[in-house]
Design a protein around this ligand. Structure first.
Ligand SMILES: C[S@@+](CC[C@H](N)C(=O)[O-])C[C@H]1O[C@@H](n2cnc3c(N)ncnc32)[C@H](O)[C@@H]1O
Length: 403
């Protein structure tokens, strides 16, 4: 807890911090009363559903929702020091943290554009965030496209102490115009208690369409994915065939958006022990085991194992060689050093299913020192020769022996 408290010194105490249902520290904003109002808008209860909270801060709303809605699964987007604190909060919330994903990335036009082509959430929470986003005008329609229900809070124009003063009026006007309903309850602003905000609620159509299977995935003009989203049932339709909805987030999107919770180690553990939810028989018949064919929720789900793809990646099971089509390789290259952790996950997935890894190693070697440190921490040994990477987990008690 000492390290956790030290980390908190670098950030504003914005939301209350919850640990397993108890308030660990009070924040400067009203949380409980706003949550009680928000809760009334959550009408899906009898099936698993996924919520995206953009700018989740310390995860107050997600953690309350997880407590009250056993079918809820939450994806939080929170960068900066708050993201680091939130990662610790996730670890500490042992009662609920199997239903949480944390993406340590900024919400900006590029990633929201990519995400909205392939993911569709049951709910998006967009609380006091739009007026922080320089590209809010482009992002706002993408958010609306990506969910069935949207919950917004935004400062009123008379909150002259709120950030993003240049955007407040415009955001306020459009939200007031477009929302389907506005809460009766009003919430005093923390910087200016004579000004009040409300919660805004939007409901979109039951049917939504996405055009890509995952971020950077192949874009087929004639291929569409249909999401039929009703409160009591949700169906995913592809090429005329219906599939049950799997809540959560595509593992490729998790990796691309710098997913930091659940920790890579937990995902690897599932891979190594084949703790994977799927109808696949592990009979070597599937040639399409690759990262975008996993959905991450409280389980790791392998999908599309019945596809007889011959044109894409051809992964064979461990012990045999696999080939990667050149054109898809670039999507796996980490954009910056922040994503190095995730590139290790990719390597591991390859390791789990295939060895040796015939891969262009150079992309992962940009920061060798950092990588070495990471391997040591994670307890893996990596052997790199020209164009070949082998990742081997090292038993914990032998780590010092290897380094
Ligand atoms: C005013 S706080 C609101 C927090 C929370 N949503 C609430 O209503 O209590 C704004 C939050 O958004 C985060 N934030 C700011 N810019 C962001 C961006 N581009 N992408 C994601 N989060 C961002 C901040 O770090 C902060 O946690």
């Amino acid at each position: 807890m000492e390290n956790f408290d030290k980390l908190r010194e670098h950030s504003q105490n914005y939301q209350d911090i919850l640990i397993n249902g108890e308030v660990y520290s009070k924040g400067i904003v009203l949380c409980e009363s706003k949550y009680q109002c928000m809760k009334k808008y959550i009408t899906i209860t009898d099936r698993p559903f996924t919520i995206l909270d953009i700018g989740a801060n310390f995860g107050y709303f997600p953690l309350k929702i997880l407590e009250d809605f056993p079918n809820a699964f939450i994806v939080m987007m929170q960068p900066y020091v708050e993201g680091q604190i939130l990662k610790e909060i996730c670890k500490l919330n042992t009662k609920y943290n199997d239903r949480l994903i944390l993406l340590d990335c900024e919400c900006h036009k590029n990633n929201m554009e990519l995400l909205s082509r392939c993911e569709h959430f049951d709910y998006i929470i967009c609380s006091n965030i739009l007026h922080h986003l320089p590209e809010w005008k482009e992002i706002y329609p993408l958010i609306k496209k990506m969910c069935k229900y949207l919950i917004v809070d935004t400062p009123p124009p008379d909150d002259d102490k709120a950030c993003g003063q240049d955007k407040i009026q415009e955001v306020y006007d459009i939200v007031n115009k477009e929302a389907d309903s506005i809460s009766e309850e009003k919430f005093p602003r923390h910087n200016n208690p004579t000004a009040y905000s409300h919660l805004y609620f939007y409901k979109f159509n039951d049917e939504a369409i996405t055009t890509q299977a995952y971020m950077f995935g192949p874009y087929h003009l004639n291929k569409q994915f249909f999401h039929i989203v009703e409160d009591d049932k949700r169906i995913f339709k592809k090429e005329g065939k219906e599939y049950p909805y799997i809540h959560g987030l595509n593992l490729f999107n998790f990796v691309t958006l710098n997913g930091v919770y659940p920790p890579i180690g937990d995902i690897l553990e599932k891979l190594h022990t084949r703790n994977i939810k799927t109808g696949y028989k592990w009979d070597n018949s599937c040639k399409d085991i690759y990262i975008p064919n996993f959905i991450l929720n409280e389980n790791l789900n392998l999908i599309d194992y019945e596809d007889t793809a011959t044109d894409g990646l051809e992964f064979k099971l461990r012990g045999t060689v696999f080939a990667i089509e050149n054109s898809t390789e670039s999507s796996y290259i980490p954009n910056d050093n922040n994503q190095i952790e995730n590139s290790i996950l990719l390597l591991h997935i390859c390791y789990t299913f295939c060895t040796p890894i015939d891969w262009k190693a150079s992309a992962y070697l940009k920061n060798k020192e950092k990588l070495d440190l990471f391997y040591r921490e994670k307890g893996v040994r990596i052997k790199i020769s020209e164009n070949k990477v082998e990742v081997t987990p090292i038993p914990h008690n032998l780590i010092n022996y290897f380094f």
